[in-house]
Design a binder for this molecule. Sequence first.
Ligand SMILES: C=CC1=C(C)c2cc3[nH]c(cc4nc(cc5[nH]c(cc1n2)c(C)c5CCC(=O)O)C(CCC(=O)O)=C4C)c(C)c3C=C
Ligand SMILES: [Fe+2]
Ligand SMILES: [Fe+2]
Length: 353
Amino acid sequence: MPKFFASSYLPEPVDPHAFNQEPPPRLPGPVGILLVNLGTPDAPTASSIRRYLGEFLSDPRVIEIPQWIWQVILRVFILTRRPAALAPRYQEIWLDGGSPLLVWSRLQAQGVQKHLQDQGLDARVALGMRYGNPSIAAAIDELRASGCQRILTVPMYPQYAASTTATAVDHVAAYAARLRDQPELRFIKRFQDDPAYIQALARQVREFWDQHGKPQRLLLSFHGLPRRTVEQGDPYYRDCMDTAKLLRQELGQDGQLIHVSFQSRFGAERWLEPYTEPTLRQWARDGITQVDVMCPGFLADCLETLEEIQMQCRDAFLAEGGQQFRYLPCLNDDPVWAAGFAALIRKSLGGWV
Ligand SMILES: C=CC1=C(C)c2cc3[nH]c(cc4nc(cc5[nH]c(cc1n2)c(C)c5CCC(=O)O)C(CCC(=O)O)=C4C)c(C)c3C=C
Ligand SMILES: [Fe+2]
Ligand SMILES: [Fe+2]
């Protein structure tokens, strides 16, 4: 047999007696938990934001118009202006450890790891971002290098949307498509109604009100989506309403203070309504002076919560005559949520642990 053939197709020459020996045990190794969040720029600079937005907004799951038209609009109109406009907004919220979305997501991953370990589970948790760093590929590499042959992907979005959850799933599957020896894969689709999630939100609200008193209204502001995508079958709106309904129930009588709105509209199309900022402006004009706002769809504070809600929406509400605007932070590094998140994740590990 020609040498090149033997060396490229066969393993190293094998000891002929080796087949009679007991093969090494093939253990499944620890369970891998891949937490996936959206992603954020590496630095609050226009060039870094341009790279991030270029990747994010080129995802056909996010912008559902033909790529050849969209890429022209993106490159000519959006990536030439938006990054420079966003840089000072990111600078205002930037933390010592980096972008808040990354800092809080990392702490959540560490919290889940700790709780699973404390329960005696042989699990490794890694964080991957759908756009930017740390990438999903790097996170899966890390899990595989720790010996994980079974990986549960947990998109960090309680409410399912094609533009967030499905693209994370697609990306993990695309990574696996390049592998010969694939790990076993599982995915959590949504946890909008999970008691651990609802109770963590309710506890946060109750503790805040116990300390600082109740407002006239509590606005739950979810990230918006183009209305068309929901009409075409995206279950996101229903998921948001499930969360709002359950949180209302969990808060009992005080649940009546809850209202729902949608934020972060992008582009000219009609998005899910009511929109957050116009709602707050209208409330102030109607004589509502005290509001609390929280963003239950975001597990980690980020540009959309810290800047858009806590700064822009506050200014808008006060400018129209509102007197007290309080923003309740996301679950971030809440230790009770870390335990709840671990418990919720554990439910999807049946048969693996
Ligand atoms: C068509 C565009 C967008 C859709 C659809 C969309 C859905 C969506 N996004 C999140 C969560 C986040 N979005 C964030 C930032 C952000 N989102 C869009 C556009 C769409 N989002 C843009 C252009 C940006 C960048 C900022 C801006 O230019 O305004 C972030 C924050 C990232 C950060 O760095 O802090 C998050 C998180 C969800 C949950 C969602 C669908 C439900
Ligand atoms: Fe977004
Ligand atoms: Fe935004």
